[in-house]
Design a protein around this ligand. Structure first.
Ligand SMILES: C[S@@+](CC[C@H](N)C(=O)[O-])C[C@H]1O[C@@H](n2cnc3c(N)ncnc32)[C@H](O)[C@@H]1O
Length: 331
């Protein structure tokens, strides 16, 4: 764990709960047999499970409550960070140790301030542009009830949860894509990176669709989508879109691909979504996607599709359609 803040701490013996570590986190110091990990992002979930940890997708799926200690890994979104702390605290008895680890850029300092106002913080260590802090869980209801992160209802009755993409309202880029979709959609469609289902709901509202596959890596977002899209034509996949495959090709893909992972911009992520879309489509099938205007997806689209056309957009976004998967203009 050299260089990791985790090597600065000494968790007590007994079962340990880790809430939200990414696969990049160095967890060598923790015994897989005694450690339960909450990680709902499928690629990280699978990588951590591959290292022998018992990994569950949501706090609700954590088995038991007899943990000696918990470590919360802070995400950038404040509401999600608080929800993680509340989820960990709910599994700890008074007297147990609760650690919170985070980068300055993820708000560890303001979390530390908030927690100091609620409980005695016993230890704070700094390293690598971040901090790890420990408190002893007090008796009683010590955390404000709203930290648990109630779900919300937005727009026309869509349920969202803290930390999911665009939790406050439909994303403007997705709205631009939806407005540019044809009146009639193909029969078999995939929504790659379906989030909480807003775009999928609009696709299903158009005639033509017989089956719509919602593919989403974030288990919490997909749970919201299951509640938001109750149409029997919808099929839900908790999966990494970049490696997602179906037994038979489809004739439509819609997507508003992510262009950064939770911490840093990743220009290759959208390119991997484009490759995956091409791999899912028949040659006559069609992709509709939206992207921020500055993102240079045209070369990778030309590598995988025969025809690529911008059909809508403005200064911020471009809506692109592409067909002829597997017959690229450029190899
Ligand atoms: C820009 S959002 C679009 C969400 C949704 N389609 C909408 O219109 O609101 C991108 C979505 O892709 C998901 N995502 C990120 N990486 C993913 C991956 N490797 N596989 C599947 N989904 C992923 C994110 O969790 C997020 O929900």
């Amino acid at each position: 764990m050299a260089g990791s803040r985790l090597e600065l701490i000494a968790p007590p013996a007994g079962r340990l709960l880790l809430v939200g570590p990414r696969a990049t986190e160095d967890l060598q110091g923790f015994a897989p047999d005694d450690t339960v990990v909450v990680q709902g992002f499928r690629p990280d979930h699978d990588a951590l499970a591959g290292r022998g940890f018992r990994v569950v997708p949501t706090p609700a799926a954590v088995p038991g409550a007899d943990f000696a200690a918990a470590i919360v890994f802070l995400p950038r979104a404040k509401a999600e960070a608080r929800a993680r702390v509340a989820a960990a605290a709910a599994r700890l008895a008074p007297g147990a140790s609760l650690w919170v680890d985070g980068q300055k850029t993820d708000g560890i300092d303001s979390m530390l301030r908030d927690l100091r106002a609620l409980a005695a913080v016993d230890e704070v260590q700094s390293r690598a542009h971040g901090k790890i802090m420990r408190l002893t869980v007090p008796q009683g209801d010590w955390l404000p009830a709203d930290w648990a992160g109630a779900e919300r209802v937005v727009g026309d009755g869509f349920v969202t949860a803290p930390g999911v993409f665009s939790a406050d309202a439909a994303d403007p880029a997705s709205q631009a894509l939806a407005a540019a979709l044809p009146d009639r959609m193909p029969t078999r469609v995939v929504d790659l990176g379906a989030g909480w289902g807003w775009l999928s709901a609009l696709v299903l509202a158009r005639p033509g669709v017989e089956t719509l596959h919602l593919v989403e890596a974030d288990a919490v977002a997909l749970d919201c989508a299951r509640r938001n899209v109750t149409d029997p034509r919808a099929v839900f996949h908790w999966a990494d879109a970049t490696s997602f495959r179906l037994p038979d090709p489809v004739n439509g893909v819609v997507m508003n691909p992510p262009f950064h992972d939770t911490r840093s911009p990743d220009p290759h992520l959208g390119a991997r979504f484009i490759r995956a879309a091409a791999g899912l489509l028949t040659g006559a099938g069609r992709l509709w996607m939206v992207a921020n205007r500055h993102l240079p997806y045209e070369p990778v689209l030309a590598e995988h599709f025969a025809q690529v056309q911008e059909i809508a957009g403005d200064a911020r976004f471009k809506v692109i359609t592409a067909t002829g998967a597997g017959r690229p203009r450029r190899r």
